[in-house]
Design a protein around this ligand. Structure first.
Ligand SMILES: [Cu+2]
Length: 155
């Protein structure tokens, strides 16, 4: 075999291996990590906050099927957008091999009915419940409401 032939063979074998590894990852168990989670108080509604985050999944598909918080009297729910209205959802699909972004104007988590003792700076624990990955806990701190768009300085 010429050296060119061996190189070509190795390149082909490497490509095959890479494809095989990627394919096996995305069909295997989910590999979930949560990044950039933030809880911002609502600028409009007292006792409400929105949680945004990125759920990275380098493994197979999973489903986010519930959320809870450790604030007495408060509730947490999955929200999705239907047109331009938020609505509660029973679950959010977390596809394999990609990042699912939870943000304002898209899927997000809504906190409701928080007591007066919870203000900017207050900490709490949020538990995300995944169908395959089980429970994942995050420690979050409430942030003050984002500035209303009309409060942005004119240039
Ligand atoms: Cu919402």
């Amino acid at each position: 075999m010429s050296s060119k032939g061996i190189g070509g063979f190795l390149a082909a074998a490497f490509t095959f291996l890479t494809i095989a590894i990627l394919a096996s990852c995305q069909s295997g168990p989910p590999q979930i990590s949560i990044q950039g989670a933030r809880a911002q108080l609502s600028p409009a509604i007292y006792g409400e906050a929105m949680v945004t985050m990125t759920i990275n999944n380098t493994g197979g598909a999973d489903v986010l099927k519930g959320v809870s918080i450790d604030i007495p009297g408060a509730s947490a729910m999955l929200h999705i957008m239907k047109g331009n209205r938020m609505t509660e959802a029973a679950m959010v699909k977390i596809p394999g091999g990609k990042a699912t972004v939870f943000k304002m104007g898209g899927s997000h988590i809504m906190l409701d009915g928080m007591p007066r003792s919870m203000a900017a700076g207050s900490a709490f624990t949020m538990t995300l419940l995944f169908e395959k990955s089980g429970a994942k806990q995050l420690r979050l701190k409430l942030e003050k409401a984002p500035a209303a768009p009309m409060a942005m300085p004119m240039s």
